[in-house]
Ligand binder design. Structure first.
Ligand code: IVH
Length: 708
């Protein structure tokens, strides 16, 4: 190994002794990273900033690189990109690598010094481009014709998302001009910041879970099995590199970008060029100042060697090329005061400490609270009441406390102790073995009950319109609710006795509660709040077992035999339904007419579902407009050509016209085409249950009659 190589390939051949402390430290890092991955990806609720996450990750990566025997397959550093279901896999011609990341200017200097060492006596120039926060993609063009689109996958093989890629209007199906015989072009698929906000607003309206950030939204969209949905999402793309390239020779990155543009591929409008370390750092700063103005989300700058010939000689490590590095910008931060720490009791009884902050503006919003995770985190970071702290937004959305300004301590700050009794019900709290969290295990605890009922009624669960946090609190306070089952015995006069509760609100709420009796089984499963069972798992379970009773009595083997239901979920289901309190509540819900059975889709009908609604359509729909009009009419709705205050819904397709603005002005509800199908489906399911519930009632009535 020569000196240059040894810089990049340390010799790991010697067997080494690993101390138990180091092993434990590495395991601890892994646990933390896995926990943060869970929070970020599965719950859209990060607890640390992106920077802090990257620090943990690179510490683990560094240790595993220095001690390769510590790097096992289950490490988060070895995590392959999540596979999308239902897509074929195919190989990249040239593997797709990732980039080394840094937050420090010094490391950028170091990167440049290392290149100068590897290419002595050569002049090296660079390009500086925005790092687009999207989903990496590789498109294959044969003689200028788009033949395939693959995600990165594990770097060697990706998911074939060609059908979805073809729905992205800015991606050409044919290239223009002098054509390469073969081109594997690399870039990023993204959702603009504006489209991301619109998509989440629509999802909120129909009760779907929200995407944590534009990147997740783009990834979720690209995984859709129905390309029509991809079309609706308005994904975009920017290309910046290539894998295989035949039939044409390029010399530099600058030339490549120009060529991509000439072929008709979307590229970023301004890449910067630098020929010295100082110019590189200047360009990074400059990009940092303008990046907020870009239509896409960007979290960094990518610095690349401009000459392709030099890149070839620099080569790459097993993960990343040596000729490029990503500089990541720290999120905007603000300093404020930690005024106090309050405790929130969640629906499963977990006590979460919450930072009460002196209100401060950060990246366009006022922040006064942020979760502090758990008592270990408070201790580890030594947060004290009265401290000045720094806050920033993780994933540029959720505020987190990132650091204490120790230098500002006066000595008056107070250490915080988690309570030993629940602040809501004053019962002692417990800590289960192997868990960090403290829990209140009193099933009658008012705050737990409040959260359970709120969750039960929420849009993602039973979707009971009008039953928000304040009303649940009011109903609990006056003793009208003691469990979720009590919702189904509420009477109009009870509601009218509440402060500021009118006739109309009471009627609407009772109607909404009544309608929730006939929600599909998966919604009920979500609403119960069984730990580890979210919407997807609930849908799988409902699809497989059809009734709640079958799920309640299924064995662990039967549960784990269901696709995507793992051991932990199965255990959780078993444990949940074994609790006497739960059994009692389920029986009450049954007695009160809540439906526990799934439906046969063939029996679903749209008849009368849209009775009394008035529709207007705008934009290009994914199916013939006549068909949509017929669907609305056959469900009892009326369709008009112009908007008025009587319009119930504006149904929008692609490129909506001026009607959209009129609807916004008049406050008419706006429904995207994909949401329309979903709404109709959910209403069909509900109405099926209502009808079925009536016929069951009639049946049981007549049986009773017969018996007499
Ligand atoms: S160049 C060998 N340029 O960021 C990989 N990547 O964190 C060369 N990315 O894997 C990639 N914008 O998916 C490059 N202007 C840009 C980029 C970019 C976003 C992504 C890409 C990469 C990841 C690294």
């Amino acid at each position: 190994m020569n000196e240059q190589q040894s810089l990049l390939f340390p010799d790991f051949s010697k067997k080494e002794e690993i101390s138990p402390e180091l092993k434990e430290h590495v395991m601890g890092l892994r646990r933390q990273i896995q926990d943060h991955d869970q929070r970020y990806y599965n719950h859209a609720a990060p607890a640390i900033s992106d920077y802090q996450y990257d620090q943990l990750y690179s510490e683990l990566l560094g240790l595993e690189r220095a001690h390769p025997s510590l790097c096992t397959e289950d490490s988060p550093t070895q995590r392959l990109l999540e596979r999308a279901e239902g897509f074929q896999r195919a190989s990249h011609r040239v593997p797709m690598q990732s980039l080394e990341n840094t937050y420090s200017e010094d490391e950028v200097r170091h990167f440049i010094k290392r290149l100068e060492k590897l290419l002595p006596e050569e002049k090296i120039s660079f390009t500086i481009e925005p790092k687009i926060d999207g989903v990496a993609i590789s498109l294959l063009y044969e003689h200028g014709v788009l033949v395939r689109g693959l995600t990165r996958g594990d770097g060697s093989r990706g998911d074939d998302v060609t059908a979805n890629i073809k729905m992205i209007s800015t991606i050409p199906k044919k290239l223009e001009g002098p054509l390469p015989s073969l081109l594997e072009v690399r870039g990023e698929i993204y959702l603009s910041k504006k489209k991301f906000l619109q998509l989440n607003a629509q999802r909120e309206e129909v009760g779907l879970t929200l995407f944590a950030n534009p990147r997740n939204a783009a990834a979720g969209s690209l995984k859709q099995l129905d390309p029509e949905i991809v079309k609706e999402r308005h994904l975009e793309a920017i290309f910046y590199g290539f894998g295989a390239l035949e039939g044409i020779t390029l010399r530099t990155q600058v030339e490549l970008i120009k060529q991509l543009k000439d072929w008709g591929l979307p590229t970023h409008r301004s890449i910067q060029y630098a020929s010295s370390e100082e110019e590189v750092l200047e360009a990074i700063k400059c990009l940092g100042n303008v990046r907020e103005d870009y239509t896409f989300q960007t979290d960094g700058a990518v610095i690349k060697v401009n000459l392709l010939n030099q890149r070839q000689r620099l080569g790459s490590t097993s993960k990343a090329p040596r000729w490029a590095i990503a500089f990541k910008y720290r999120a905007q931060e603000a300093q404020t005061r930690l005024l106090g720490i309050t405790i929130q009791v969640g629906r499963s009884g977990i006590l979460t400490p919450v930072a009460e902050l002196e209100p401060v503006s950060l990246a366009g919003s006022k922040i006064s609270r942020a979760t502090l995770h758990n008592q270990e985190e408070i201790k580890r970071r030594d947060f004290r009441v009265g401290d000045y702290v720094l806050i920033e937004k993780a994933g540029e959305v959720i505020p987190v406390v990132t650091a204490v300004c120790y230098e500002k301590r006066s000595g008056q700050e107070k250490e915080f102790q988690m309570p030993t009794i629940c602040p809501s019900c004053h019962q002692p709290v417990v800590q289960y073995e192997g868990e960090v969290a403290l829990r209140c295990i009193n099933e009658h605890c008012p705050q737990q009950l409040q959260r359970r009922i709120e969750y039960f009624a929420s849009r993602q669960a039973m979707n009971i319109a009008g039953l928000g946090e304040a009303l649940v609190a009011q109903l609990l306070k006056c003793g009208l609710l003691r469990s979720v089952a009590d919702l189904y015995v509420l009477r109009s006069e009870q509601l009218l006795s509440l402060e500021r509760f009118g006739e109309k609100s009471a009627t609407n709420l009772l109607r909404s509660i009544d309608q929730s009796r006939s929600r599909p089984l998966w919604r009920l499963l979500v609403a119960l709040g069984i730990p580890h069972i979210g919407r997807r798992a609930a849908q799988k379970l409902a699809g497989e077992f059809s009734t709640l009773d079958k799920i309640m009595t299924a064995s662990l083997q039967e549960l784990t035999a269901v696709e995507e239901i793992g051991e932990m979920m199965a255990q959780s289901i078993h444990h949940y339904f074994s609790q006497p309190g739960v059994k009692k509540m389920i029986e009450q819900l049954r007695q009160l007419g809540v439906q526990f059975g799934e439906i046969d889709p063939h029996l679903l009908s749209s008849e009368g579902l849209l009775e009394g609604t008035l529709w207007v359509i705008t934009g290009t729909l994914s199916q013939p407009r006549d068909k949509v009009v017929a669907a609305i009419r056959s469900a009892g709705g009326k369709v008009n050509s112009s908007i008025s205050s009587r319009t119930t819904y504006l149904l929008t397709g692609e490129n909506p016209g001026s009607k959209l603005l009129q609807a916004q002005k008049l406050g008419v509800s706006i429904l995207k085409e994909e949401m329309f199908s979903q709404m109709l489906q959910e209403q069909r399911e509900s109405s099926y249950f209502r009808i079925n519930q009536c016929s069951t009632a009639v049946r049981s009535c007549s049986n009773h009659h017969d018996a007499q």
